[in-house]
Design a protein around this ligand. Structure first.
Ligand code: ATP
Length: 366
């Protein structure tokens, strides 16, 4: 656990970058620092590896004051990832990743093996090992940055806007990959971002900083969305708070209807009263949507519209299900089980009736 005890940082010009910040970042979890520009997030992060020394207060890692270790020694146990990756331009990818192992005196072969293993872990092809950073895309460079931070298997990782410099699609991929990696590695991670969506997606715990280095709220993503501490936090979370809350509502108790689900062998005439029918195969896997009116013979002979997005019942959130409903030609979300077989369908209005965490229903404050 990383503990901030009354940490204040005042710069010579008088700027207060951190104002009496007390906070705990639990072991094996992701704590996200989010907030306005200049709110002190980066400063707070850097007090952990002593790139910034507090004016008063202290920072502890597992109960030990970080000032008790020499900075170089301290930093070997702390991975650090920054925006634009910050790779050494004249070193190959594998040498970049092996930076800390080399510093620790590992032999070349072992360090190289570690670098190649990590490349795979972060989703990079081993054939890129001999390339230089400029020969990689921005997203690939960020992956190298993450691999480099993980090289000596540090228990703590500090990540300062690591995914901010890439486009939204690559960014989402990096976030997903990062969460998968964390599922295996269980590092104690402190992650800085100015993007509330990223904070909600990645954080086990979110700390919101306001200008002047004030920590205004520390909560789980669910509680932050449901109960923002004040107008500043509510404003920062933004207008889509109600919709975001649905990300934490489970689809496991959802009542799904079988009415519109038919096998291809069924006669279209039997479904003539329905506006839309979801045609399924013998294993109940969805084949597509059709309007049965006017179709002769079986539903298998009808022209099908694509199923579009589905949601995994119990595994996906109501937000995912709602998205599936909106994108479906029938306005119905298709719920499937782990094998991809259709459990049933739900209309958008059914989804909005699902109770969400910490409130009686989805809010709309936009
Ligand atoms: N070395 C420094 N000397 C003087 N002032 C500094 C220094 N570093 C940061 N500051 C000031 O401290 C405040 C907090 O900066 P910090 O970089 O921690 O904010 P941040 O929340 O990370 O912002 P951003 O999201 O823009 O990166 C800012 O007002 C900044 O100008």
């Amino acid at each position: 656990m990383i503990t901030f005890e009354g940490v204040t940082k005042r710069y010579p010009g008088g700027t207060v970058a951190l104002d009496d910040v007390s906070l705990e970042c639990p072991t094996g979890r992701i704590t996200v620092f989010v907030g306005t520009s200049g709110g002190g997030k980066t400063t707070a992060l850097r007090t952990i590896n002593r790139m910034v020394e507090p004016t008063s207060g202290r920072v502890l890692i597992d109960g030990e004051d970080v000032r008790e270790k020499r900075p170089a020694e301290l930093r070997r146990g702390i991975g650090y990832v920054i925006q634009h990756a910050g790779l050494f331009p004249h070193r190959t990818i594998e040498d970049n990743i092996a930076t800390v192992p080399y510093l620790l005196g590992w032999n070349k072969k072992k360090a190289r093996e570690r670098a190649l293993e990590l490349m795979e872990r972060v989703g990079l092809d081993r054939t890129m090992a001999k390339r230089y950073p400029f020969q990689l895309s921005g997203g690939q460079q960020q992956r190298v940055g993450v691999a480099r931070a993980l090289a000596a298997d540090p228990p703590v990782m500090l990540m300062d806007e690591p995914f901010s410099a890439v486009d939204p699609v690559v960014r989402a991929e990096l976030q997903d990959e990062f969460l998968r990696l964390q599922d295996e590695l269980h590092k104690t991670i402190v992650f800085v971002t100015h993007d509330i969506d990223e904070a909600i997606k990645l954080g086990d715990k979110i700390a919101v900083f306001q200008t002047g280095g004030k920590l205004v709220q520390v909560d789980s993503p669910e509680d932050l969305l449901a109960h923002p501490a004040d107008d500043f936090v509510a404003g920062f979370i933004g207008q889509n708070r109600g919709i975001r809350t649905l990300s934490f509502a489970t689809t496991s108790g959802l009542r799904l209807s079988d009415d519109a689900v038919r096998p291809g062998s069924a006669a279209a005439a039997d479904a003539a009263g329905l506006d839309w029918v979801l045609v399924v195969d013998d294993e109940r896997r969805p084949l597509g949507w059709t309007r049965p009116a006017g179709v002769e013979g079986t539903l298998a002979e009808a022209r099908l519209d694509p199923v579009g997005a589905t949601f995994r019942v119990g595994a996906d959130s109501v937000r995912v299900a709602l998205d599936a409903a909106v994108l479906s030609p029938a306005g119905l979300a298709v719920g499937v089980d782990g094998d991809g077989a259709v459990v049933g369908t739900a209309a958008g209005t059914d989804l909005l009736a699902v109770p969400t965490h910490g409130s009686s229903g989805p809010e709309d404050d936009g």
